[in-house]
Each structure stands twice: as C-alpha cells, then as structure tokens.
Design a protein around this ligand. Structure first.
Ligand code: ADP
Ligand code: MG
Length: 254
C-alpha cells in the first residue's frame, strides 16, 4: 500500500522567480491510501496539482510536510532512484528525447538486460510489432504516439509495483487510447501493479477502480466515476485538453 499522510507542498524559496511565487501552497494536506493492484485515475482542472502529487510520490519534488509510506516503510526522504528501486516508476507527460540514443538503449537500461528475446517481449506488449523500431533514435523525429509507446515500454520493462503515468494520452491519436487503456489494465491485472493515471480522458476515468478529483491542491472527491460526474461537469474538466477539441470529443467529458 502506498499511503499519503497529510502531504503538503509549498513552493520552496529556491524556486522563486517562477509562477506562482515562493511560499504558495500547491498541495495542501492531502491524505490517501493507494491499495496494491488497483487502478486509480487522478483528474482535475489544469494547475490543480495533479502532476505535483505524482512528483511528490516519486521524490522529484520534496514534501514540505507530511509523510509518504510504501508497504509500511517511510519513503518521504528517499531520493528518486531509491523509490524507483523500491518499485515506484513514473512515466513523464513529455518524455525526454535523446539525440544519438536508440529505443534499444533506453529499453535495455530499464530492463537491466539487452537480451533480444526479453526486449522483443516488452515491445510486443506495447503493440510494437517491428524489430526495426528497436533501433530507432529517440529524437525529435518520432511522432507523439511513438514516443508514448517508448515511454510505456520503459515503465513496463521495470516491472513496477506502482506505475504512475502523467497524461499518457498527450499527443496521441484518439484511436490509440483504447489499446493503451487495455495495455495498462492488463499490466495491472497480470502483474498486480498499482496503476495511477493522471488524465482527463473518459476511457481512463472509466477504467479506474477509483477516481481522485483534485481541486486547488486538495482532494475534492474520491470514488467512482458516476459519483464524480456532477463535479466534473461543474469544473468543466477537460476544456483545456486538446484531445477534446476535435469532432470525436465524445471521448472526453466537458
Ligand atoms: N516547483 C514549482 N515551483 C513553482 N510553481 C510550481 C512548482 N510546481 C508546480 N507549480 C505550480 O503549481 C500548480 C500546479 O501544477 P501541476 O501540479 O503541474 O498542475 P496539474 O498537473 O494539475 O496541471 C501550477 O500553477 C504550477 O505552475
Ligand atoms: Mg500536469
């Protein structure tokens, strides 16, 4: 179980000059227990603090106060790599692109092995059926969909106990969302992975066992999607999501 106990994040003085100014509380006294092997969606308006919660769990941002425990162990002060070694893995909203590095290189690092059979098993799990894809450079020439597949593959390759995906639908076609949800559900079920997806997308909200609605740095609602609907409509969640601007915006709630 991953437990957030009264966690608060206030912009540190060293980050002053950024918006909002230092001293502003971004996450305000949030408590929640993520149970092992369940699927959670975190949603809420832009700027409400979703990514900050994910970064606090991963140790990218340091807690101002409160505590995070993982299976009873206090991980609040552990650096990112130790949280990662404990099985908590974070997929970035905008994955890094590295000139001169191939997908094979990245995946081998995540997997801890360059064994061809193992690499192929991972890429087939994310729906890549071409071996040539392994030798693609991870640079700016990749499409949004390709970079997301690479990101998902590097998370899955680590065999995470807790997988956190921040807006995994950013930059991908609407038609690829269904297979992506299926993939994350399969990983959740087969590997008992606690799956936390930050998203506005209806498909992810429906796939979740539990939904957390974040508003102004606090949890405004936890429960199922049906119960959240009036609040989602109220907050106009998704209005800013570029995926909702096409003709297919049945995919998203407004
Ligand atoms: N380290 C930081 N320094 C200054 N402001 C920050 C920092 N981290 C987050 N913020 C601000 O906190 C708010 C919430 O950010 P974020 O968690 O990224 O929102 P969301 O993911 O819900 O869109 C935003 O206004 C953002 O600019
Ligand atoms: Mg965000």
């Amino acid at each position: 179980m991953l437990q957030l106990e009264n966690i608060t994040f206030t912009v540190p003085a060293s980050d002053s000059g950024t918006e909002p100014p230092s001293g502003q509380t971004i996450i305000n006294d949030v408590s929640f227990a993520f149970e092992q092997g369940r699927f959670y969606a975190i949603t809420g308006p832009n700027g409400s603090g979703k990514t900050t919660i994910a970064k606090l769990i991963m140790g990218i941002n340091e807690l101002t106060s409160g505590k995070i425990t993982f299976n009873g162990r206090d991980i609040s002060r552990l650096p990112i790599n130790e949280r990662s070694n404990a099985g908590i893995v974070y997929g970035f909203q905008h994955p890094a692109r590295f000139k001169g590095t191939t997908f094979r290189d990245l995946l081998s690092i995540s997997l801890g092995s360059d064994d061809e059979d193992k690499l192929v098993r991972i890429i087939s799990r994310v729906g890549v059926c071409s071996l040539d894809f392994l030798d693609k450079p991870v640079d700016s020439k990749l499409s949004g969909g390709e970079i997301k597949k690479i990101e998902l593959a590097t998370v899955i390759a680590r065999n995470p106990k807790v997988a956190i995906y921040d807006e995994p639908d950013t930059g991908i076609d609407l038609w690829t969302i269904g297979p992506m949800v299926d993939l994350l559900k399969r990983e959740q079920k087969e590997n008992n992975t606690t799956t936390i997806v930050v998203s506005h997308n209806k498909s992810f909200l429906e796939a979740a066992d539990t939904l957390l609605l974040i508003k102004k740095g606090k949890i405004a609602y936890t429960g199922d999607l049906a119960g959240a609907m009036p609040m989602l409509e109220d907050l106009s969640v998704c209005t800013f999501d570029e995926l909702c601007q096409g003709e297919d915006d049945a995919q998203c709630y407004r």
